[in-house]
Design a protein. Structure first.
Length: 89
C-alpha cells in the first residue's frame, strides 16, 4: 500500500457542504483513485438528487478542489488494509 495526503485546494467551494470534514487527510490506499474514493465514502454526505437539479459533487474526487500526493511518514504504517489514518474517526 501507499500513503496519500489529500489537501484542500479550494476551501470556499459550495461543494464542501457535501462533506463532513474539510481538512487534510492521510489515506492508506493502493492508488490515488482509491484514496479519493475512500475519502468520498468516509467524509461524503449522501444526498438524494432532486429532479431537474444537478446531483451533488462531493469534493474529495475533484482534482480542482482537493490535491492528492504520495506521502512518506514514519508516523503511519503502510502495511494494512485501505483506511483513513488521519483524521481518526
Amino acid at each position: 500500500m501507499q500513503l496519500w495526503k489529500l489537501s484542500v485546494v479550494q476551501p470556499d467551494s459550495d461543494d464542501w457542504r457535501f462533506s463532513t470534514y474539510k481538512g487534510s487527510a492521510i489515506i492508506r490506499a493502493s492508488d490515488e483513485l482509491s484514496a479519493r474514493d475512500l475519502a468520498t465514502n468516509i467524509f461524503g454526505i449522501a444526498c438524494k438528487s432532486i429532479v431537474g437539479q444537478p446531483s451533488p459533487n462531493i469534493p474529495w474526487g475533484q482534482e480542482s478542489l482537493v490535491s492528492c500526493e504520495p506521502f512518506e511518514s514514519n508516523e503511519y504504517d503502510i502495511d494494512g488494509p485501505e483506511a483513513v489514518l488521519y483524521p481518526l474517526r
